[in-house]
Unconditional design. Structure first.
Length: 700
């Protein structure tokens, strides 16, 4: 089992931010005695299966999976039955069970092997515990073991429970655990949730219903927490929303939910695809306040509560007018004023990106939760939403029309209006400011983010502004390709053995610069150097040597990050008699061409539109001249353009200009062949050859 199947995730808030009232009730619940349980009987069909009719050639299948998420007894019970169909399927006998060490524990773990002849052998071997991920107090651990003597036709039964570890090391530090769970993903702590807001919905469970193996039958059950009404201060109901699951529907009775499924296809990811959440078959279970009658009412009330809390935090702009005047100084141009306010706000200490800041360190440094913009300015620190709202307050104080907006980060999810979960979906804030009659979006709470740029996860993404009716959903602007620009300028010299050596100056602009800065926000220079060198090496032929010699604007908000490298590419030119054959572009490594398969299961999803410009100058050695050069190429359609030109600029100077532009980020399945055909032509153009021959001496 290369991956634990039928994952059942409880959302972060349900794991780590349970209100004190509910947490107390959890502790006081009496433990129920465990009853002895026999193994489910094998069916004749399970015994007889030798191949999977709906996935012929599968090396193993899940005959049955069952998950019971029991919030009444505070445990998750799992049963799985696996059948090995081919010799290669024996690898799935390596079991891995993930859990959060310190807040969860695995108990009642049992396994057995049923041989092809019906012989039953209980597993009595050793179970190991290893760490899959560690961050501060958070440890994602794995229970691992290998079932021995597995043959083709064998069946493995496995069952266990995951329970709350009330005596674990993380149980007394919910704040640290909550932040750790958020930072273990890609998103820093946002904040902005009203402290006294009434609960309208509360996430209960998220089930990814697919695994990397085909599943014949599966059953999911959810048992509600009996005192959930204490959280809502009134009656509530159990609800659900599915994704890619039609027409199957779960059954709900007496605050219990049950879902039965058959013939679930495996999930196999692809490169450059939308997030797994967008493509997976899944089901979300949540509690909903009984007073909420429809979807629009839910989003209206949630957005109103968030907006009121945000406005209370922003407060009276007059109270920060002195700070606004101080930051603006002598600037008179409106855009210039806003830019100075933006730069001033970005200097505020951003606690959301201080991943090593523990609770004890906060206490030692006397770091308090800010209650308003005045606190942020006076103390000089804040989480992301604090900083965004401070920018809004200062902009208002300077006479701009400004407001905070809530946005769904799109790197790990798709926003679904049918999923009634405000803060788990709309998990970021940005500032919308009118400048010159145009409403523009700003992202001051992202370190190193240039003025006018919004982090790519929040561009072309779902957003929400408060309005009376209906809820004001909108889509944030998509960024143009030049905000994702990589420009490489290479000055290389060719030797008579076909080797190239020289420098490559790479300029990353916009998203390309911001991504690289944030990736190494807490790293030392050596780690950043290593990654940049590897990135260029991947764009060069195998065997190339790359050394970073200079790095500019690594830790600022300049739109450009500039890296200069010394490179050496041995044996790129092939010598044949008195001729040498040289690829027109040395920047044609395997990483440049992502689409190798003729067919594809999921849409192609680039993070953002982008552009690549290469300007390569090759100085030829004495005695060689370009005899044959590839013809210039130029291609353009509604979503991309590509051009390549190879010219002689003097007897020994060869210049190659390449320009690739991808103008959109999402390509549905039906456009895959067109997109792949473009990249195939790009590859053919990049791999075209220059033929060099001995230069002819002029007659005497």
């Amino acid at each position: 089992m290369r991956r634990t199947p039928a994952r059942c995730r409880s959302p972060r808030i349900a794991l780590a931010v349970v209100p004190a009232l509910v947490a107390a009730a959890l502790v006081l619940l009496p433990a129920r005695p465990a009853a002895a349980q026999g193994w489910p009987a094998l069916t004749p069909e399970e015994k007889a299966m030798t191949d999977c009719p709906l996935q012929p050639g599968a090396d193993a299948v899940w005959l049955y999976r069952e998950i019971v998420e029991d919030q009444e007894d505070i445990k998750r019970t799992v049963f799985k039955r696996l059948k090995i169909l081919k010799e290669s399927g024996r690898d799935h006998a390596n079991i891995e069970i993930p859990y959060y060490s310190g807040s969860q524990k695995v108990s009642n773990l049992e396994a057995r092997l049923i041989g092809p002849n019906g012989t039953i052998t209980p597993f009595t071997g050793q179970v190991f515990d290893k760490t899959a991920l560690r961050y501060r107090r958070l440890r994602v651990a794995l229970k691992t073991f290998a079932v021995p003597d597995v043959e083709v036709g064998s069946i493995i039964d496995l069952r266990y429970k995951i329970e709350a570890d009330l005596g674990g090391s993380s149980g007394s530090d919910d704040e640290d655990l909550s932040e750790s769970l958020q930072l273990s993903g890609s998103h820093p702590t946002e904040g902005g949730m009203p402290r006294s807001s009434e609960f309208l919905s509360f996430p209960a469970a998220h089930w990814d219903l697919q695994d990397d193996l085909f599943t014949v039958r599966a059953k999911y059950r959810f048992v509600s927490f009996p005192y959930i009404g204490l959280l809502f201060m009134g009656p509530c109901r159990l609800s659900w929303v599915s994704h890619n699951l039609e027409p199957v529907r779960p059954e709900i009775k007496n605050m219990r939910l049950e879902l039965s499924l058959e013939n679930i296809p495996p999930f196999e990811g692809e490169e450059l695809m939308t997030s797994e959440q967008a493509e997976q078959i899944s089901l979300d279970v949540f509690y909903l306040a009984a007073k909420i009658s429809d979807r629009d009412e839910y989003w209206k009330r949630e957005s109103r509560a968030w907006q009121k809390a945000a406005e209370r935090f922003i407060g009276d702009p007059d109270k920060v007018s002195a700070k606004a005047l101080e930051l603006i100084g002598d600037e008179t141009d409106p855009a210039g004023k806003l830019k100075r306010l933006y730069a001033g706000v970005q200097k505020i200490r951003n606690l959301s990106y201080e991943k090593g800041l523990t609770r004890n360190q906060r206490k030692a440094q006397d770091i308090k939760s800010n209650r308003g913009v005045v606190d942020v300015i006076g103390r000089g620190y804040g989480v992301r939403s604090d900083i965004t709202r401070t920018f809004v307050a200062l902009a208002r104080a300077a006479g701009f029309e400004a407001e905070p907006v809530r946005i769904a980060n799109r790197d790990d999810k798709i926003f679904r209006v049918s999923l009634w979960s405000f803060y788990s979906q709309l998990d970021a804030e940005a500032a919308q400011v009118k400048l010159g009659g145009q409403a523009l979006l700003f992202d001051p709470a992202t370190p190193f983010c240039p003025f006018g740029l919004v982090h790519w996860t929040r561009s072309n993404a779902a957003g929400l502004r408060y309005s009376d009716a209906p809820p004001a959903f909108f889509v944030t602007p998509a960024s143009p390709p030049d905000q994702g620009l990589t420009r490489r300028e290479a000055a290389l010299a060719l030797d008579l053995r076909g080797g190239l050596a020289g420098t490559v100056r790479t300029t990353y602009t916009g998203h390309k610069a911001l991504i690289r800065r944030l990736e190494h926000i807490h790293d030392d220079a050596g780690s950043r150097t290593k990654d940049l060198e590897k990135e260029l090496a991947d764009a060069l032929p195998m065997g190339a040597a790359v050394s970073l010699t200079k790095l500019e604007n690594a830790d600022g908000s300049d739109p450009d990050l500039v890296a200069t490298f010394s490179v050496s590419i041995p044996g790129l030119g092939a010598v044949a008699g008195d001729k040498m054959i040289l690829p027109v572009s040395p920047l044609a490594g395997e990483a440049q061409y992502p689409f190798r398969h003729a067919e594809r299961r999921y849409p192609v999803y680039f993070p953002f539109p982008y552009r690549e410009i290469d300007d390569i100058v090759v100085t030829l050695p004495e005695g060689l001249a370009a005899e044959v050069r590839p013809e210039d190429l130029k291609e353009q359609n509604d979503f991309a353009s590509y051009s390549l030109a190879c010219a002689l600029e003097g007897p020994r100077r060869l210049r190659v200009r390449r320009d690739l532009v991808i103008r959109k980020s999402f390509f549905p399945i039906e456009q895959y062949k067109t997109l792949k055909a473009l990249f195939d032509r790009v590859r053919a153009g990049d791999e075209a050859q220059v033929v060099l021959a001995a230069s002819k001496k002029p007659p005497i």
